[in-house]
Design a binder for this molecule. Structure first.
Ligand SMILES: [Cu+2]
Length: 352
């Protein structure tokens, strides 16, 4: 309701401004040209000045008023770096914004038409142009270089010394849900193929690949604190976007083009509840791409827990193989190789 009123108020102001300028033009045409023209110029110049004053005040007010709704300090290692980038980007652009707006509206006010003043002819100034081209260019290069460094870090491989403890998950988006497949105890996601997809095998896992036999798809996302998490992202239908706002993780899910992202959570859900003094706080996964009418439905809860809690949770999970594929295999074991496979699978399943 408030936003509708706001839009109506803005529309009204635009109509009033239009009518004022139209009235000025009509007075001009009526013959009293000089006097009406000067009045019109004065009105326009004053409007520029008031727009500047109210506009800047509104911007400063809204920045402070809405700051309690900003996200808390990031809960991931790389999130701190991204937060630092936001800070330096704002430091670079906010002063420029204020300077350019003051010059833009201020000049329109200060240099309104005045018969007693002659225009100054100012064709070019190489020194000035060099300064206002070079400074933004240097600032842009610094910001882009900082951004690229962060980007290469979060999309690149996990450092050697952390490879051992990585948790690999695969996020598959579809209208309107996320399915998260965990690599299981072997820390390796099994291969998939479209031809394998069926009601009993919704992700098309290739059961011939041993790495598939401990993969599981839970209903909630549990992740251990302080361990690197590699997320492999894909989509079954349209564009979606894997968004964990508190961890500053955001990556598009593109059909046919797998993307990936890795991050290290640094605060458990319980710690975050204490920090925010909110016992009901839950981390969430959202879809950040407007992907259809039930887009909102893609919300999923994320729990960051200690390593022990995570291992206990892992043990409770049932592999997809044990639920869908294993009974069929048991029915027609006839070769030595298949017998061996079955023994291995049973070991993996019991390990879970
Ligand atoms: Cu979506």
């Amino acid at each position: 309701m408030m936003s509708l009123l706001g839009i109506a108020a803005i529309a009204l102001v635009i109509v009033i401004l239009f009518q004022i300028s139209k009235a000025g033009e009509m007075l001009n045409e009526l013959g009293n040209t000089k006097k009406a023209g000067d009045t019109n110029n004065r009105v326009q110049a004053n409007l520029f000045l008031w727009t500047l004053i109210f506009g800047l005040l509104a911007i400063v007010w809204s920045a402070f008023h809405y700051s309690p709704m900003f996200l808390p300090e990031p809960s991931s290692e790389h999130g701190v770096g991204i937060q630092r980038m936001y800070f330096w980007t704002l430091v670079s652009i906010v002063p420029i914004f204020f300077i350019t707006q003051i010059l833009l509206f201020g000049f329109a006010y200060r240099y309104k038409r005045d018969e007693t003043r002659l225009s100054h002819y100012f064709p070019e100034n190489n020194k000035l142009e060099l300064i206002w081209s070079a400074i933004p260019a240097v600032v842009m290069v610094l910001l882009v270089t900082g951004g690229l460094r962060q980007w290469l870090k979060i999309t690149g491989p996990i450092p050697e010394d952390q490879q051992e403890e990585v948790i690999t998950i695969e996020a598959t988006a579809q209208q309107f849900k996320w399915d998260i497949r965990y690599a299981g105890p072997d820390r390796e996601l099994g291969k998939k193929a479209v031809r394998e997809m069926s009601d009993d095998n919704p992700w098309g896992q290739d059961w011939a690949d041993a790495a598939n036999k401990d993969d599981f798809v839970p209903t909630e996302i549990y992740l251990p604190v302080n361990k690197p998490v590699m997320v492999k992202i894909n989509s079954l239908d349209v564009l979606h976007s894997f968004y964990l706002p508190h961890f500053k993780v955001k990556m598009d899910a593109v059909p046919g083009i797998p993307t990936q992202f890795w991050f290290t959570p640094t605060k458990t859900s319980a710690e975050m509840q204490n920090i925010l003094d909110d016992p009901g706080f839950v981390y969430e996964l959202a879809c950040a791409e407007l992907c259809g009418k039930a887009h909102f439905n893609m919300r999923k809860e994320v729990y960051i827990v200690t390593e022990d809690e995570f291992n206990a949770w892992m043990k409770e999970q049932k592999s997809l193989y044990s639920q869908f594929a294993a009974p069929q295999k048991n029915a027609d074991v006839d070769t030595e190789q298949e017998k061996d496979e079955k023994v291995n699978v049973d070991k993996t399943v019991s390990a879970l």
